[in-house]
Write a protein that binds this ligand. Structure first.
Ligand code: SAM
Ligand code: TMP
Length: 400
């Protein structure tokens, strides 16, 4: 973002791409890279030290389907209703979503008959969105794409991205594109994992190849200013264990919110963006790994069974970093059909359908999809009623 030197503070070892679910015959050719994170000494932006090319990460075999949980469907329907009521109220409004995936947000916009365009490079999920009647351009969003969208559709009142903007290494090009694409009073709204959740909440498994940047309000404010925009709002939201919804506008177009000032002050007082805080996080990650491996080894020694629950990108980071193999966790169950019958990247734990969880219930379930804890635990009440216990490892290793 600013060409400053990047100072590394955590190294999670050689890792695969987190959504690169494998067939058994693909194991020997699995791609690996060193997964390490640092902070820019110039602007403070926290980022991966090595970036995997985007074509390796997003393609017609992309396994993440955004509509996979009730909470996500409800959250994005509420986002869409907010845009319809608060931003898309002028004559013939237009909204662009960067990374619309299977159309979880744009579905509500399309149903309201409002002009929209999803920009989505992963062909399989883009096709699912199209089947829902959503307009989708198969492309990686960048400056050239923004100019093309503007030429074909005119300016956008809202450009939205969720769990996508931190995936885009060429963020400078995104901002140059917005310069063309946004109306003078338009907003760029994006929701991304929050650095404070990761660093203070020990959500180290949010670190994987797709998450190139780990934003804070301070680093987003600096980024917006560098590219001629202004950060005008930052709202904490519960998604993925704790994210922030940032709103960026043209300078002077909107009054910055009080909660933005509060969040910036909180980051300052908690020293979130300071090297000593980040270095301590790195040490704590190694301690959690040691605690989790010790617990799993103890349970194995005691003859207890453990099954993984959920195969999100996060599970690839934690199982690979901790060296968790089938000797400790024989399989993981996940509701996403495209992940079932494949192996978790890196650790190669088999992924099976949720029905296998109850056949028979294990003694312990290692909750990889911890951000969906409420929904999953409610669904699996019979497991707990039968004496089953959940294991969490964020923010600390805990049996509940
Ligand atoms: N927005 C959905 C959500 O929040 O659940 C999907 C998020 S998914 C983790 C990230 C999506 O961004 C993927 O569907 C991916 O194909 C897409 N993506 C990655 N790079 C992109 C780019 N440069 N332009 C547009 N979409 C991109
Ligand atoms: P996410 O944390 O990136 O949303 O991914 C959650 C993963 O957990 C996804 O692969 C779907 C899976 N999952 C289940 O297997 N069962 C469930 O009840 C829920 C909510 C998610």
């Amino acid at each position: 973002m600013c060409d400053g030197a990047v100072s590394e503070f955590v190294d999670l070892g050689d890792q695969p791409t987190a959504n690169g679910f494998l067939l058994p015959e693909e194991v020997s050719a699995e791609f690996r890279f060193r997964l390490a994170v640092g902070a820019c000494e110039g602007c403070g932006l926290v980022q991966l030290v090595t970036v995997v090319p985007q074509e390796f990460r997003y393609h017609a075999g992309y396994r993440y389907h955004a509509s996979g949980s009730v909470s996500h469907r409800e959250h994005f329907a509420a986002d869409a209703r907010h845009f319809l009521e608060a931003e898309l109220t002028g004559p013939d409004p237009f909204i662009v979503e960067i990374g619309c995936n299977d159309g979880v947000m744009l579905g509500t916009i399309a149903a309201a008959g409002v002009r929209h365009l999803g920009v989505e490079p992963s062909g399989n999920v883009a096709d699912i969105a199209r089947e829902k009647g959503i307009q989708v351009l198969s492309a990686f969003f960048d400056e050239e794409c923004a100019v093309r969208v503007h030429a074909e559709h005119g300016p956008a009142d809202v450009v939205f991205g969720a769990n996508t903007i931190c995936h885009i290494a060429h963020i400078d090009s995104v901002f140059r594109g917005l310069e063309t694409l946004l109306t003078p009073g338009g907003v760029f709204v994006f929701e991304e994992p929050y650095l404070a959740t990761i660093v203070n909440g020990m959500a180290f498994d949010q670190i994987y190849d797709e998450h190139v940047y780990y934003f804070s309000a301070a680093s987003v404010q600096a980024m917006a200013a560098k590219f001629g925009f202004e950060l005008v709002d930052a709202e904490r939201i519960a998604m993925h264990g704790g994210e922030v919804r940032y709103t960026i506008a043209r300078p002077g177009a909107r009054v910055p919110s009080a909660r933005l000032a509060e969040l910036l002050a909180e980051e300052e007082s908690s020293k979130l963006n300071e090297p000593a805080t980040l270095a301590e996080f790195g040490r704590n990650v190694a301690r959690i790994r040691d605690d989790l491996v010790a617990l799993l080894q103890q349970l194995r020694a005691d003859g207890k069974t453990v099954v993984g629950y959920g195969a999100p990108g996060k599970s690839s980071t934690v199982t690979t970093y901790c060296g968790i193999g089938t000797d400790l966790v024989p399989f993981v169950c996940d509701s996403t059909p495209g992940k079932q019958g494949r192996l978790l990247p890196g650790s190669h734990l088999p992924v099976r359908p949720p029905a296998d969880f109850a056949d028979p219930y294990p003694d312990y379930a290692l909750l990889f999809a911890w951000n969906h804890a409420e929904e999953i635990m409610a669904k699996e009440q019979a497991f707990r009623d039968g004496g089953g216990k959940w294991i969490r490892y964020v923010p600390e290793v805990e049996v509940i």
